[in-house]
Design a protein. Structure first.
Length: 426
């Protein structure tokens, strides 16, 4: 095939009709589960002030440093295509005075996010997330519940062998001291670190902990661990989260090197993977954590919060690799074939009558040949074909053909909708 003149942008995908079912099914499960746990839907603009992400997601993150799609408007403002949902949701929480409502505020959203990444399997420049936030509650039971919700969604989508990786990265009380300890350890070995990690040493040494380079991982495996340096409050909080997870028997693994790539996290951070080799390669299906300082950072009162997001494309890729079936949209049970201009006119009206009673009817009104129409009816595997020709129009009748037994019957046109309702109910 000749290469078309225009192609989709690198790392961005068309979601073709045959894949829409996956998205629909996943969003349905997400929304049903989120509604059960008392979440309400919120949609925020796909573009936000660039400064919101610089402050919210954080200047030291890869997202802000390398991955934002930013544009300058005609009014000379800088706007960014959302690389993640959280800062936009907190902006909306503050802008609409939600802090004056009974807390916590539980919100869910879904839609596209954009990151200028190096595209590879499971990593795109435009991808879709299902996102949850619980704003205004610092209790450790909420951490466990948010993790449980993502776990439940993935289980309901029929994914198996899931594992939650969890860690605590402390807070402003204990993290600065730990950072110093880590920094002095890493500095003594900085010549053996990769180029990116040497930069991270200056900006955010914690990110060295989750570097995927083998030489860095070797150094990290001997590094001091945050978990051993948590202040009393963070320690108790984390202990509480793990106890709740034990109580609901959720499989988790402590990962002292899990720090996550966003600046706002405090205390609990988590990621959910499929615990297989392909699952690891794909990357986290879902990730999130507590961010008790972000609301204040964005101009609000001191407000504790936690949330997470799930990557829809990664979930779909996993479903496909496991050959998990999603329900295919059902084929219509009836095909309406017409012959001649008068019949075409009547068919157009008849189709509306079927739509009103919610019976799906396929047709091919653009075709004139009966043979071609019947071929389509056959291909669709319909139960009945309705045939409307010149003679039938004049007699105000229509032929019902039972495709399985091949029997034909003529009925009054005005009665056909009722008749088909009866037959399809049987
Ligand atoms: P995140 O870990 O950056 O967290 O993204 C969440 C999920 O989105 C990942 O686990 C992954 O499945 C998917 N994802 C991320 N980047 C890509 C990509 N380039 N291509 C395909 N899928 C991707 C956040 O976005 C946080 N805002 C989550 C959160 C909400 N934390 C607190 N509240």
């Amino acid at each position: 095939m000749k290469k078309p003149k225009f192609q989709r942008p690198t790392g961005m995908h068309d979601i073709l009709p045959e894949d829409q079912g996956y998205f629909q099914k996943i969003y349905n499960v997400c929304e049903t589960v989120a509604n059960f746990y008392g979440f309400k839907k919120i949609d925020t603009p796909i573009l936000e002030d660039t400064a919101l992400y610089e402050k919210g997601t954080g200047l030291a993150t890869d997202i802000v440093q390398k991955q934002m799609f930013t544009l300058r408007t005609k009014g000379r403002n800088y706007l960014t295509l959302r690389p993640e949902f959280t800062p936009g949701i907190i902006r909306a929480y503050l802008e609409h005075g939600m802090q004056t409502l009974p807390q916590p505020i539980k919100l869910y959203s879904s839609g596209p996010a954009f990151r200028y990444e190096h595209p590879q399997a499971g990593r795109y420049r435009q991808f879709h997330q299902f996102n949850l936030e619980v704003i205004g509650d610092g209790n450790s039971v909420i951490d466990a519940q948010v993790i449980q919700i993502f776990y439940n969604i993935l289980t309901e989508i029929k994914l198996k062998k899931l594992i939650v990786e969890i860690n605590s990265i402390g807070d402003n009380q204990c993290r600065p001291y730990y950072k110093k300890l880590l920094l002095s350890y890493l500095k003594s070995r900085d010549l053996s670190l990769c180029v990116d990690c040497r930069r991270r040493l200056r900006e955010n040494p914690l990110r060295v902990l989750d570097c995927k380079e083998e030489k860095c991982q070797r150094i990290v495996s001997q590094a001091p661990q945050m978990i051993d340096h948590l202040c009393q409050e963070c320690h108790d909080h984390f202990k509480g989260v793990l106890e709740f997870l034990d109580e609901i028997e959720l499989p988790y693994r402590l990962n002292p090197y899990l720090v996550r790539g966003l600046d706002y996290y405090t205390k609990t951070v988590f990621e959910i993977f499929e615990d297989t080799e392909e699952g690891r390669k794909m990357g986290s299906l879902s990730g999130g954590g507590r961010y008790d300082a972000l609301v204040k950072l964005l101009g609000g009162e001191d407000t504790k919060a936690i949330g997470g997001a799930m990557g829809i494309e990664r979930v779909i890729a996993t479903i496909k690799s496991k050959k998990i079936k999603t329900q295919k949209p059902s084929n219509p049970p009836i095909f309406l074939a017409q012959l001649g201009i008068m019949a075409k006119r009547k068919s157009l009206k008849l189709l509306e009558d079927f739509r009103k009673v919610k019976i799906q009817v396929a047709e091919s009104f653009g075709r004139d040949s009966l043979k071609a129409q019947l071929k389509i009816a056959d291909r669709l595997g319909v139960k009945y074909t309705l045939l409307l020709g010149q003679k039938e129009v004049l007699e105000e009748t229509i032929i019902i053909r039972d495709m399985k037994i091949g029997r034909q019957e003529t009925v009054k046109l005005e009665k056909v909708v009722r008749e088909m309702q009866k037959r399809l109910k049987k």
